[in-house]
Design a protein around this ligand. Sequence first.
Ligand SMILES: C[S@@+](CC[C@H](N)C(=O)[O-])C[C@H]1O[C@@H](n2cnc3c(N)ncnc32)[C@H](O)[C@@H]1O
Length: 228
Amino acid sequence: MNENIINPTWSAVDGYIVEQLLPKDAVLDAVLEANKAGGLPAIDVSPTQGKLLHMFAKMVGARRILEIGTLGGYSTIWMARALPEDGRLITLECEPHHAEVAKANIASAGLEAVVDIRVGAALDILPKLAAEANTQSQPFDLIFIDADKPNNANYLEWAMKLSRPGTVIVCDNVIRNGAVIDGKTSDVKVHGSRAAFEFQGSHPKLTATALQTVGSKGYDGFTIAIVE
Ligand SMILES: C[S@@+](CC[C@H](N)C(=O)[O-])C[C@H]1O[C@@H](n2cnc3c(N)ncnc32)[C@H](O)[C@@H]1O
């Protein structure tokens, strides 16, 4: 059930959506080129998903965004562009090479004053972030979890500590070609998805749902939750 299903119609329709609704963007195209040239895996969000994250940030009037899993900064740039001039996006990345490529991409997008890349394992950085005065006085408005999937529930636990009522939390890649319903699988990423569902379904302060998605990146989906 967990093999990567690719349907040419999904990609073609994604192409149509991009053509109709997403203006041509030389900066974001160059980011994907730089990621490829840098040897990064093409596991960034799709353009339509990037725009959705941008719109979520606008919908919540985000001033502070946390991202766990930067890669080359593609989703980072989409979200950071929704911030006001004095806004802040903190993004966590454990691979120094990914962070280096992301840093250059973020500079090309003119967002170096807004984006703060922290390099290291997210579970090491999150406690330090929680102790910072800025985080204590201003919790994050939007949190995007898109790193190592087995740690999803650990990241959600931290997200709760770094949030306020109204914070929106998005956790990506939780459907995994439908494998999420297979409780007997040995795939640790699927167990990470199921742990994310269990966490959000049982947390008294979270209202959550999930959407299955198809498109140029195949069949997957994300959860979205709001802190009550
Ligand atoms: C799916 S990619 C992120 C894609 C990015 N959000 C985008 O859409 O452009 C996941 C990233 O998380 C990073 N990562 C994996 N485990 C991590 C950890 N424990 N701490 C921080 N980053 C991690 C990987 O190196 C990779 O760059």
